[in-house]
Write a protein that binds this ligand. Structure first.
Ligand code: HEM
Length: 304
């Protein structure tokens, strides 16, 4: 055996002995292992079998696949944020690298939204959307997790209730006053809509758990733990502001414009008063308000 092979053998022995396993059994298993292929590794067959239309209209496929692409990117975003969130001590370079990745993914989501806006025939959309009621992208759980993991809970509370909520407020109470609860009420009667009832049945427990987890480990809290010299670094502040603006204005407007193009004055499938609910100038969702001037905060989403 070469020196390198002996070294490898030694490390394999150490690895398996440490977990009470016989290294020779594992080495012998390698003789029978199948060679890996691209399609087994990426699970191409499973992935390409997940696009199931409810109608015969071809553009429904664009709608389904683009949503799935969004969910994959949401997963990539959470994958990066969770590494920051789970790090016991946050290193400046690590934080900056992860923030850049998350930001790039959201840039991609924003710039690609034209695939929705321009990529379907309105006549087809107006037909297949009737088969989707009362579902809505509003029910994307990963989107909500990105919010919880990006900022402190208070920044996600409906402005009307912020004064009555602080760090001692029970999570369940905070949950009931999240800004997006407003879209889950029938705007005519004030009753909880089916859209949100179904969403809560499926995810509320997980959300309460994640709200607690991210309460002390969200991106903003982690940023505040960085050394002063890093926190005040102009490039990092710019990157934080860019992420905030991309998620909460650029993406929101790309989404809003697509919705306006298809829906016009029509009701949303989820049933919200969507024109008011979704526009950043009303919603004013801001992850890192401390990084904006009071003038920028006042004018949030006004000039677009
Ligand atoms: C033609 C395409 C689309 C239209 C017309 C549309 C329309 C809407 C409307 C009207 C709402 C408000 C809630 C409701 O009453 O349903 C909403 C919410 C939402 N949609 Fe879409 N949407 C589209 C595509 C997408 C895509 C591709 C995604 C990506 C996952 C998405 C994600 C969301 C999210 C996360 C919300 C909640 C936003 C918030 O709470 O601020 N939508 N959508």
């Amino acid at each position: 055996m070469t020196e390198n092979q002996e070294n490898l053998h030694q490390r394999i022995e150490e690895k398996f002995k440490a977990i009470g396993q016989n290294p020779d059994t594992h080495l012998e298993g390698l003789i029978w292992a199948k060679p890996i292929t691209y399609w087994d590794y990426i699970h191409t067959d499973s992935l390409l079998n997940l696009q199931l239309q409810r109608t015969t209209l071809p553009d429904e496929m664009v709608f389904i696949m683009y949503h799935q692409i969004n969910e994959l990117l949401f997963k990539m975003i959470l994958w990066e944020i969770d590494q920051v969130s789970d790090a016991a001590e946050i290193e400046a370079a690590f934080f900056t690298e992860k923030l850049s990745r998350v930001s790039r993914y959201f840039d991609m989501l924003s710039s690609s939204f034209i695939i929705m806006g321009d990529g379907m025939e309105k006549e087809q959309y107006m037909k297949f959307r009737n088969t989707l009621t009362p579902a809505s992208g509003f029910q994307s759980a990963q989107y909500r997790l990105i919010e919880f993991s990006s900022t402190e809970l208070i920044n996600l509370i409906d402005y009307r209730f912020r004064a009555s909520i602080d760090r001692d407020t029970p999570y369940e109470h905070a949950y009931d006053h999240l800004y997006w609860q407003a879209a889950g009420k029938d705007h005519a009667t004030g009753a909880k809509s089916t859209l949100i009832q179904l969403f809560e049945e499926r995810y509320k427990e997980e959300f309460l758990h994640k709200m607690e987890k991210y309460n002390t480990t969200n991106l903003w809290t982690k940023y505040k733990q960085l050394p002063k010299a890093v926190k005040t670094d102009a490039a990092l502040i710019q990157a934080m502001r860019h992420y905030d603006y991309t998620v909460n204005v650029t993406w929101v407007m790309a989404h809003y414009d697509a919705a306006a193009k298809y829906l016009g004055n029509a009701e949303a499938t989820g049933g919200s008063d969507w024109r008011k609910y979704m526009h950043p100038k009303y919603q004013r969702r801001i992850f890192f308000p401390e990084l904006w001037t009071s003038e920028e905060l006042t004018n949030w989403g006004q000039n677009i």
